[in-house]
Design a protein around this ligand. Structure first.
Ligand SMILES: Cc1cc2nc3c(=O)[nH]c(=O)nc-3n(C[C@H](O)[C@H](O)[C@H](O)COP(=O)(O)O)c2cc1C
Length: 392
């Protein structure tokens, strides 16, 4: 592609990632992101590089009930392989049913379990990143999922945070439980629930987990904004693969850079405004096709437009109009107003993007931290946690 430029060479020869019988040639994972990693966005990312591209999270119960939105989330394009989905659940029964349904109906080749969601309305009922604190519940969910998935040889992985806060870390113990339950890999986002998306991800914790679990692949997640960051994470922590979230928002080509770096090549995508504009239009078309609804697709593209143009010299007034774009024809008109001759702006486009914010006191059920085992009242509260889940 014409926008590829030479950069400082960074070499890395990491072997393919093995998840059960699946082989992921480029050990890179698109992090599940609710509202972002749908079929349309995954297609754009996949076109740039190899890796494992995970759906948005789907709630176990909603999936078992076959709600239309859940069925939309787990749908894949016919050429998408492997088909990877993420399930969020708070009890072994519903997670087990959801996994069984996926496996029996051959709807995925890989299942990730979400234990990282920091949303207060979820954690205050004991779900998401609050859950691994209850080791009995965590064990039951992971074991059941692995057992159900094994009937179809579908590998299961877990994705989690470091713990609730620095005084209540869970990742080493949860990693061991997951390993002993037969997961194919463990992914760690190097932040606690308390941190939400603030501060920096703790790559030392990722290294610690890698060392503690020599017999299962460990994937590192948090603050990879470039291929060079990914290489540094592998070098510093020894992980078997990297998981990329916010860094690819508005930059699907990052997966091309990652593949290049992992193959020891130094070429990188440096798109100018014209390529960004073409990608936005295509992304919008894919969203419209996916939702089967032009207005819905265009509502969804608006946040992506802001990410795509981060660091590009696009005027405030044009940005504001794009933030309200109602249909594809208007999007085309607005994109035509851009100066397509402008090249890659450099540093302004790189570095952190997306959600950040500040630490938040963890919202937990009363007395949650008092015991590592689940009480009866807490078990009831969890049911509501699942009904409220919306991403991680
Ligand atoms: C908009 C958004 C939605 C997310 N949704 C999910 C989700 O559905 N499941 C999940 O496990 N993590 C979710 N996450 C967390 C990411 O997968 C990832 O762990 C986190 O962003 C840290 O990685 P990063 O520094 O590369 O962004 C979400 C993050 C963002 C920013």
């Amino acid at each position: 592609m014409d926008t590829r430029t030479e950069n400082h060479p960074t070499r890395l020869d990491l072997p393919p990632l093995h998840l059960g019988e699946l082989t992921i040639d480029v050990p890179v994972v698109l992090a599940p992101m609710a509202g972002v990693t749908n079929k349309a966005f995954r297609r754009l990312c996949r076109e740039y590089g190899g890796g494992l591209y995970v759906t948005e999270m789907v709630t176990a119960r909603a999936l078992v009930e076959r709600r239309p939105e859940s069925m939309r989330i787990i749908d894949h394009d016919p050429d998408e392989t492997p088909r990877s989905i993420q399930i969020y659940g708070v009890d072994a029964v519903h997670v087990g049913q959801a996994v069984r349904m996926v496996v029996e109906e051959d709807r995925a080749d890989h299942i990730d379990l979400n234990f990282g969601c920091p949303v207060p309305k979820v954690t205050k009922r004991g779900g998401g990143s609050a859950l691994p604190w209850k080791t009995d519940l965590f064990t039951a969910i992971v074991r059941t999922a692995v057992q159900e998935a094994s009937r179809g040889n579908v590998p299961v992985t877990v994705k989690m945070r470091k713990g609730i806060d620095d005084g209540h870390l869970t990742f080493l113990e949860a990693g061991r439980i997951a390993r002993d339950s037969g997961v194919a890999a463990v992914a760690l986002h190097g932040r606690t629930l308390e941190q939400h998306y603030s501060g920096t991800a703790d790559w030392d914790a990722i290294a610690q987990l890698r060392e503690a679990l020599p017999d299962v692949p460990v994937l590192g997640n948090g603050d990879i904004w470039s291929a060079e960051d990914a290489v540094r994470m592998v070098e510093q922590t020894g992980v078997d693969g990297v998981v990329i979230g916010r860094g690819c928002q508005g930059r699907p080509w990052l997966f091309g850079d990652l593949q290049a770096a992992f193959e020891g090549r130094s070429d990188r995508f440096r798109p100018g405004v014209d390529q960004v504009a073409r990608t936005i239009y295509r992304h919008a078309e894919l969203l419209v096709e996916m939702f089967g609804d032009e207005a819905k697709g265009l509502r969804d593209i608006r946040k992506h437009v802001a990410w795509y143009f981060k660091g590009y010299p696009v005027g405030g007034e044009l940005r504001a109009r794009m933030a309200q774009v109602p249909d594809l024809a208007t999007l085309r008109e607005l994109l035509d107003e851009l100066d397509l001759s402008l090249g890659y702006p450099g540093e302004a486009v790189e570095g952190p993007r997306g959600r950040a914010g500040s630490p938040k006191k963890p919202h937990l059920p009363d007395g949650w931290l008092g015991s590592r085992e689940l009480g009866d009242a807490e078990r009831l509260g969890l049911v509501a946690a699942e009904l409220d889940a919306s991403g991680g």
